[in-house]
Structure formats: C-alpha cells, structure tokens
Design a binder for this molecule. Structure first.
Ligand SMILES: [Zn+2]
Length: 216
C-alpha cells in the first residue's frame, strides 16, 4: 500500500498514520523526521534544512525531493510506504509521481483528514505540557490527577506558545494555503480520500479501511 496522508495540525493525523503503518506493515516516512536526523548527524543538508524550518519556511523542493528519492531507494519500501508531511506543494507532488513511475508503480491513495477549524483550535489550545518531562495532557480529554501538575514528576503544566489559539489559527492558515493546491492536484487524479477527523479514533480507522477497500 502506497499512501500519502495529509491533514492540518491537531486533526489526529499522527495517530492514524501509526495505525496504518502497523496495519500494512509499511514504513512511516516523515520528511520532517528525516531532516531532524540529518541535522542530528551534523550533515550539511541537515543544517540547511534546519535554517528553513526554524524560520517557518518550506525546505527548498530540490533538497526535499532529493532526500525522498533517496529514501525510496531503501528496500523497506517494497511493500509500500506512508508519506507524512510530503508532498507540500504541486512541484513535490509531481516529483513523487515521477519517482514512482520510474519504479513502475503509483500512489494507491491520498488520505486527506479534515476537521472544522473551531474544533482543531479547541483540541490544540487545551493541550498542556509538563515543564520538567514534556508529558502532554489535555484540559478535557487527558486531565492530570491534580490540576496543573504532572502525574509523573509533579512538574508544572504549561501551555506552549505553539498551542495558543492565535498561533494555531496562523498555523492553520499557512497549512491551508500550502496544501490546497496539492489537494486539487490529487483530486484531479481521483486518488483522494476524505476522512472526517472529528470522529473517535476507532471510527476514523474504520472509515479509512473502508475507503481503501473500495479502491480496488
Ligand atoms: Zn512531568
């Protein structure tokens, strides 16, 4: 199964990606993770990528496409893969199509997870993080035993700047601007599956499996 998963921050994409990679026994390929590893390994590419990412910009297409092309040469993608965070624009989507065509295959599905902005903002802005250990809580769905205190080490729970409603709003706007054309590109190819990310995790998984089954 060769899948691309898309969705705004806070839509539950990470959870669904983990379930799918387990179900189909395929690698989860996140270009963000690859860039972080390349940076940790002190590579030149890693350093360049870090500069773009920390400015909130996209890493240039030629760099990103090159690491993807390289990643697709690993033997573990024989059974398929799940891309997360790639492609981010039409140039990247076209590059991915080309790489796959050269290998004699194509994408099976593009899963686009959606949720109303209001709900995403509620989900993300309810997050609280332990100052000491980084454990993540939620004021509604994952409360600590004592208000504002980490269960694990008694650390203070704080709200990250990234999770403030106004920051989330900005992140969503950037995401939508970037990805709307990519979604249009895949829509034209008829490869896109829309998934309602507001449903409980088990329902989301059932929706995805049903849609993937109907592809064949
Ligand atoms: Zn803690």
């Amino acid at each position: 199964m060769r899948i691309v998963i898309m969705g705004p921050p806070g839509v539950g994409k990470g959870t669904e990606a983990a379930t799918l990679t387990k179900t189909f026994n395929i690698p989860h390929i996140s270009t963000g993770d690859i860039f972080r590893e390349l940076y940790k390994d002190r590579t030149h590419v890693g350093k360049i990528a870090k500069e773009y990412i920390s400015r909130g910009e996209l890493v240039p297409d030629d760099i990103t496409n090159e690491i993807v092309r390289h990643r697709l040469s690993h033997p573990d993608v024989k059974k398929g893969f799940l891309f997360d965070g790639y492609p981010r624009n039409i140039e990247q989507a076209k590059a991915l199509d080309e790489f796959l065509e050269k290998k004699g295959c194509k994408l099976d599905a593009v899963i686009n997870m959606t949720a109303p902005e209001k709900q995403i903002i509620e989900r993300i802005s309810g997050r609280r993080v332990c100052e000491k250990c980084g454990a993540v809580y939620h004021v509604i769905s994952k409360k600590p035993k004592i208000d504002g205190i980490c269960d694990l080490d008694g650390g203070k729970l704080i709200q990250r700047n990234d999770d403030l409603p106004k920051t989330v709003h900005r992140r969503l706007k950037i995401y939508n601007n970037q990805t709307a054309p990519v979604i249009g590109y895949y829509e034209e190819k008829g490869a896109i599956i829309y998934i309602d990310g507001t449903k409980p995790i088990a329902d989301v998984q059932a929706q995805v499996m049903k849609a993937l089954g109907e592809l064949k």
